[in-house]
Design a protein around this ligand. Structure first.
Ligand code: UTP
Length: 292
């Protein structure tokens, strides 16, 4: 059986990024640099590798720099060209998206992740789509979304990336209740946002990668407020679960939560330790720092 292809991806980047203040007072959190490129570029590249053709950024006012980053920069490119800086030029071109492939939707108020996704409804239209939260970074040779697209091509429906978290941390995540766990995929039977440790149905947490059917917009349109007074994507998925198939995928790779300082620093060290230019110099430096 073939399912409709996943051509579009939504990147909700309209949050306040309070955990990185004052860095994020003016600059969006998604422009923070992981090794040599902003978080948003890592997410766009992962989507591109998975076959995504249209990129939809849900932004808030003042976050236009996230769009500018993917525009061509003719003046800079001319200078690099005339100076023979081929590598630098290639890096600038790599970060430029083809005309007409990047679109934006405005979220005027940070009412929650569910609301941010709903803001992209008319750009997505009536087809299945991906959602990537750029502050969740997954380090793996095959990108997390590519793995999810493979799962989708097998099962159809909705696919959510999940990973086991320590029980004491379940109240930080959306948690799934599942069955038919074959070690890689799980049939999802229930979803709950940030449950209490005592009542959590499992320790399998939803992370920031989703493949969703367009019917999710009907659920989000109800604008029901959930935990923290926010319109939660998890609540809308829980309602859609009554009529649609949801598969959880334990993806291959290491996830870093770059939405907080510890995860962000850990990701930078992990990426730097794999970078051919600096890894050999960094290793002894890190060892020395730990030793002292
Ligand atoms: P977070 O929970 O990390 O919130 O949102 P945040 O505002 O970005 O950061 P903190 O907690 O204040 O430090 C998860 C993702 O959902 C997006 C964020 O941009 C982030 O990518 N989001 C969240 C929106 O786009 N709109 C919202 O109303 C809420």
């Amino acid at each position: 059986m073939t399912f409709r292809p996943i051509r579009k991806a939504v990147f909700p980047v309209a949050g306040l990024g309070t955990r990185f203040l004052p860095a994020t007072k003016v600059m969006p959190k998604e422009m923070l640099t992981l090794l040599d490129r902003p978080l948003i570029q890592h997410a766009i590249e992962e989507a591109k590798d998975a076959g995504i053709e249209e990129f939809i950024l849900v932004i808030s006012r003042g976050k236009e720099i996230l769009v500018d980053h993917f525009n061509s920069a003719p003046e800079l490119e001319d200078i690099l060209q005339s100076r023979g800086k081929k590598d630098a030029l290639a890096k600038v071109s790599e970060s430029t998206l083809d005309d007409g492939t990047l679109q934006t939707a405005l979220q005027t108020e940070a009412l929650g992740l569910g609301h941010a996704v709903w803001c992209a409804r008319s750009l997505v239209g009536d087809e299945p789509f991906a959602v990537l939260l750029p502050d969740d970074v997954i380090q793996n040779p095959k990108g997390c979304l590519s793995q999810m697209v493979e799962t989708y091509n097998q099962y159809g429906g909705n696919v959510i990336a999940v990973e086991n978290v320590p029980r004491e941390l379940v109240s930080n995540y959306g948690i799934i209740e599942g069955e038919n766990d074959n070690g890689q995929t799980i049939d999802i039977r229930g979803l709950v946002e940030k449950p209490a440790v005592e009542t959590s149905p499992s320790t399998l947490a939803i992370i920031g990668r989703y493949i969703l059917q367009p019917e999710i917009f009907g659920e989000l349109a109800r604008k029901e407020k959930g935990l923290g007074g926010e319109i939660q994507l998890t609540d809308a998925m829980a309602r859609l679960l009554k009529n649609q198939k949801f598969t959880g995928l334990r993806f291959a790779g290491t996830r870093y939560d770059c939405g907080n300082k510890l995860g962000f620093i850990a990701a930078n060290v992990a990426y730097a330790l794999q970078d051919t230019d600096i890894k050999d110099s960094l290793r002894p430096l890190v060892q020395k720092l730990i030793g002292s």
